[in-house]
Ligand binder design. Sequence first.
Ligand code: NAP
Length: 496
Amino acid sequence: MNAPERAPVNPLERLKDKGLLKTQSFIGGGWAAGGARFAVANPATRQVIAEVDDVGAAGAKAAVAAAHQAFQTWRKTSPFERAKVLKAWHALIMENVHDLAVLVTAEMGKPFREAQGEVVYGAGFVDWSAEEAKRIHGETLPTPFPGSRGWTIRQPVGVVACITPWNFPMAMVTRKCAPALAAGCTMVLKPAPETPLSALALAELAKRAGVPDGVFNVVCGEAEAIGPVLTGSDEVRMIGFTGSTEVGKILMRQAADGVKRVALELGGNAPFIVMDDADVEAAAAGVVASKFRVSGQTCVSANRVIAQEKVADRLVEALAEKVKALKPGDGFAEGVDIGPLIHDEAVARVDALVRGAKDAGAKILAGGRRLDDLGGAFYAPTLVEGGGYDLDLACFEIFGPVASVYRARDEAEIIARANDTPYGLAAYVYTQDIGRVHRLSEALDFGMVGVNAPMVGSPSTPFGGVKQSGIGREGGKWGVEEFTELKYVLLGGVEG
Ligand code: NAP
C-alpha cells in the first residue's frame, strides 16, 4: 500500500509571532475586511499560503479619507516626535527580522538569507529617515527689496499614495513610507498582489510602534479598481511608484489631470562594463552578485555584460564556472543560491528571451532551460554569449537569472553601446584606470554608476534613474526632500 501523500507544510508556520500574519487591509489604524479574497502563493511550490481580502475602490477611498484626516495633525507633529516613532518602528523591524524574512521568502521566493538581508536593508531606510526628520530645514535668502527679509521653509507635500512591486516587498515599502512619514506626509500604500503579507506585517509593526491611526494605510486589491481612486483623488497630492516603465507611464498620465507630483522608480537595462585593465576575477564575481540576486529580478540587475575584447574570453570562462556552481531551489532549503521566479509566466518570458537569442546565433554556456522538476517557477542560472546587441535579450529587461555577454572594441564603442537604450537606471564599470573611472562615469546616461562595485543602493545615497527609468530619487537627504514642498516667505516692512 502506498503511503498517503503528505500535504506540503505551509512555510508561514515558521513565524514565531503569528500576530504578524495579517490578511486584511490596514485603514485608519484598524484591519478592514473586503468582499472578495485573492490567493497568495509560494512560487517555489505553487502552494497557496494565504488568502487576502480585496478592499477595492471603497477601501481605497476610506484609506485616502483616513490619511487626509491624519495629515491635519501629523503635519504639525514635532520632527523630534516623528523621529521617535520611526525609531520605535525601526527597532521593532529589527527585533522581527526572522519573521519578516519568512514572509518575504514564502510569498516571493528569494533565499531566506537574502530575505533577511532585505529586511535589514529596508529597516535602514526607517532609521535613516528618523534621523533625517530632524534635519529638514529652510534657508534665509537675500532679497532685492529694502526693508525686507526672505526665507524658505520645507513643508510636507500632503497625502501620498504609493504603489510597490513584489521583488523587494519590504524594502520598496520602507524606502517610500519612512521618508514620507519623516517629512510629515501621510500614506496610502498599495502593495503588489503577489506580496501583500510583507507590507501588512510592516503595518502591524508600525501600529505597535505608535504610528498614529491613519498616518500609514495599506490597501490590498486589484490595481484597476484601486489605482484610479488614488490618482483621481483631490486629497492625494503625490503618487510614488516603483514598478515597470509601462505602468509608470499610465500613472503619470492619470496623475496629470490633478497635476500631482510623481516620483517614479521604473525599469532598467543596466550595462555591466568590463574594461581590458579590469580585475577579471572581481568583475566575474560582480556580475554574479549583480545578476543573480533575487534570481535576476531587480531593476538594477546587470542586463548586458559588455566586455572589452582583450578580456572577454577570460571573463566568459570565469563566469561559466561561477554560474554553473549556483544552486537553485526552495529559498528555505539549506545552501540554495537562487530561488524561483515570481510565477510561471515569468519563467515562460525568460525562456522565450533565451530561445530567441539561441535562434539568433548566441551560445548558451550554462543553463538555458526551465527547471520544472523542482516543482515551482524555476529557471536554470544561465550564461549566454553573443548573438548581437539587437537581441530582445539585450534590449529588454530580462528580469531572470540570465547573464548575457557582448563584446566591444574600445571606450567609444562601449559608451555608445551602453547608452543605446531608453532606460537609464544603473550602470557598472570595472576598471583600474582612474582616467577611465571619470570619463565613463560622466559619459554614461544612468542615474547611478557602480565602479568596481556591483550594488548601488543604500539608505544614505540617492537611488533613481534618468530617461525612461524614472523621476526623482529615493534614499539619503534627497529621499526625504521628495516628500516636501519648498515654500518661500517674503517679509516686508522690517525697517521702519
Ligand atoms: P508592475 O507590473 O509595473 O507592477 C508594479 C505595481 O503596480 C503592482 O503593485 C501592480 O499591481 C501595480 N499596477 C499595475 N498596473 C497598475 C495600474 N494601472 N494602476 C495602478 N497600479 C498598477 O511591475 P512588476 O512586474 O511588479 O515589477 C517589476 C518592474 O519593477 C521591473 O520593470 C523593475 O525594473 C521595476 N522595479 C524598479 C525599481 C526601481 O527602483 N527603479 C525597483 C524594483 C522594481 P497589480 O499586479 O495588481 O497590477
